[in-house]
Design a protein around this ligand. Sequence first.
Ligand code: COA
Ligand code: MG
Length: 293
Amino acid sequence: MRSLLFVPADSARKLDKGMVSGADAIIIDLEDAIAPEAKSGARRSAADFLKSAARETKRPRLLVRVNGLETGLIDEDLDAIVASRPDAIMLPKAEGGASVILADAKLCVREAMAGLPDGQIGIVAIATETAASLFAVNTFRGASARLSGLTWGAEDLSVDLGADANRDASGRFLDPYRLARALCVVGAASAQVQAYDTVTVDFRNVEALRREAQEARHDGFSGKMAIHPAQVEIINEVFTPNAEALAKARAIVAAFEAQPSKGTVAIEGVMYDRPHLARAKRLLARSKDAESA
Ligand code: COA
Ligand code: MG
């Protein structure tokens, strides 16, 4: 998934707009975008929307961001939405693999009650929203077969740290958030799941969005979350491998195939070895994913 667009669960209009936004996934939000007194209405709205959206043949992936494990709200969230078969839940304020295992158990029970196949609903965890969570990013590996991705968040982390800003005057994330971002991508690679970059909240700032998306792609993230439909096209463009990069990747793969016993090859005066081959193959796989999205 290249682009994952947040849509508040209580806005039917935005949910419809999300479906045609071009995003690879929409994240129907029951957490921060929903006021406490609006939670139960939002759950119903999310469930109704999921039921009708799931029937569409060409549709984005449908995720629901539930409330965190500590809130006392997650059980009611899951009771309301599991039978409507979201593709995955997004688990906020996850603190390592233990949180994923607990969410997995909650999903197991409800899938059984709804007559759904065991393990159908995936989990994408927000891995860096509390200080403690930063010390647990190495525990996602092997936690659950449901876990398909990690993402990171700077807003809740800054609250937990008692910080009064998370970006400097030029808009760049300060050190604790750069650390969280790096731990997210490293933790995801270690758990062999996808990494998704956090949102750019300043949604009219196209340059900042493009820069953050490009940096994320360079560092190994496979997509980025959005909060406004205008951000989707830029994110998709940045995370779709371009023709030049694809041609180079194909040339590297072809050169190794032509000389299978060689550890290194030369193309136009540049040396390529096995890590280059692995990277080229990964890029070609990503491009296939983008096509089928
Ligand atoms: N998903 C789907 N549609 C959206 C959208 C979203 N996230 N954000 C805006 N739109 C729609 C609006 O409804 C509007 O369409 P309309 O005029 O036909 O109703 C159009 O896009 C343009 O919106 P705009 O006027 O520029 O923004 P806004 O003031 O309506 O909304 C936000 C701004 C920030 C409130 C809105 O983008 C939003 O709700 N984002 C998601 C917030 C969220 O889920 N946060 C939690 C995760 S961090
Ligand atoms: Mg939050």
